[in-house]
Design a protein around this ligand. Sequence first.
Ligand code: ZN
Length: 106
Amino acid sequence: MNIKKGDKVIILAGKDQGKTGKVLQIFTDRNRVSVEGLNLSIKHMRPRRQGEKGQRIEFPAAMNISNVMLVCPKCSKPTRIGHQTNEGSKGKKKFRVCKKCDQVVD
Ligand SMILES: [Zn+2]
């Protein structure tokens, strides 16, 4: 998984294609992500008590991780991610690296 919570991503497919947003949640087991304000679905809530109105709640539906691409925070381009391992004082640390500008993303 190359994408983390809080990353800025661009949507590659679907009705919000080309839009960018922040990753809210990652469902690793299902290979899906949800992105703030994008791929919205509407959930209808029935009134729980008498006299209450039913509600429509918009929420970002999870989409397949292959439909999003990371937007590099350094060069602001949609990019693929490479990995780099550095030997530090606390052992090996893995970094994500932008394939466009070669900058460390993490
Ligand atoms: Zn970059």
